[in-house]
Design a protein around this ligand. Structure first.
Ligand code: NDP
Length: 244
């Protein structure tokens, strides 16, 4: 195994939005990276140095773990995993297809738990490491049409707190980042056009349109680059003009 100055960072959902910006931000600082998502070509197009890109569905733990072990064989153990992959399928709870609920629970909760379990034992043994989970402001307060999405993100906030208490005796940091609305591809998967239009109208009417995916990526990087002894436990970050 070659020796690298910086330690391995794993980012899930690196094919768009926050994850893609994180990949670029961390690459600027010279970290070796493992980028994971289903659209592998989007990550390969970035052409980042010391980077492995793998087509992985985070709900498939074996596939996920296989990619992490492959990157670790090349770059050394994972020092940071960002469990960022997520889906938001907004819908009226009274009529939404339960399959959409299941997709959100599987990706947003099981995907994060898979990612945590894959690195936890090694981090405990090394008494070092950082886990950053992308929750949401929808994990700390309710929003209409966000039933299963809120359930999944409240879930992420809850499981992050449990993991924090389990990992803090081992000097491992576990962090949740809870962004407000930021323009990415996330809203595009919602199947109800009226809900998409209403969401966009709200954002524009209050003027909450200036925060960017790169702002979130820089916040993640800031939290990670603090000393290992300093833990930014939970960050709620929104556009200044967001009113809820
Ligand atoms: P995007 O839709 O732009 O990105 C989501 C990423 O997740 C994509 O790279 C997608 O890649 C990946 N992904 C989705 N499902 C899977 C899967 N099953 N396996 C692997 N990768 C998957 O959204 P954002 O960048 O906005 O969202 C990133 C995270 O931030 C999400 O967890 C989201 O809930 C959260 N968030 C976003 C907010 C926002 O307003 N944008 C606000 C608060 C939280 P691919 O489809 O190629 O697999």
């Amino acid at each position: 195994m070659e020796t690298y100055n910086k330690k391995l960072i794993v980012i899930t959902g690196a094919s768009s939005g926050f994850g893609l910006e994180m990949a670029k931000e961390f690459a600027k600082d010279g970290y070796p990276l493992l980028l994971l998502a289903r659209r592998v070509e989007r990550m390969e197009e970035l052409n980042l140095p010391n980077t492995i890109c793998r087509k992985v569905d985070v709900t498939n733990k074996d596939e996920f773990e296989g990619a992490v072990r492959e990157a670790e064989a090349k770059y050394g153990k994972t020092d940071l995993i960002v469990n960022n992959a997520g889906v938001m399928l907004l819908g009226d709870m009274a009529s939404q297809d339960p399959q959409e609920w299941k997709t959100m629970i599987d990706v947003n909760i099981m995907g994060v738990m898979n990612g945590m379990q894959i690195v936890m034992n090694d981090m405990k043994e090394r008494k070092s490491g950082t886990i950053i989970n992308l929750a949401s402001i929808a994990g700390v307060q309710p929003f209409p049409n966000h039933g299963a999405y809120c359930a999944s993100k409240y879930g992420v906030v809850g499981l992050t707190k449990v993991a924090r208490s389990e990992m803090s005796p081992f000097n491992v940091r576990v962090i949740s980042i809870c962004p407000g609305a930021v323009s990415t591809e996330l809203l595009g998967h919602t199947t109800d056009q009226n809900i998409i239009d209403g969401y966009n109208q709200w954002k524009e009417s209050v003027g909450a349109v200036n925060i960017t995916a790169n702002d979130i990526a820089q916040t993640v990087k800031y939290a990670y680059q603090l000393p290992q002894s300093v833990l930014l436990r939970e960050v709620v970050i929104t556009d200044t003009m967001q009113d809820a």
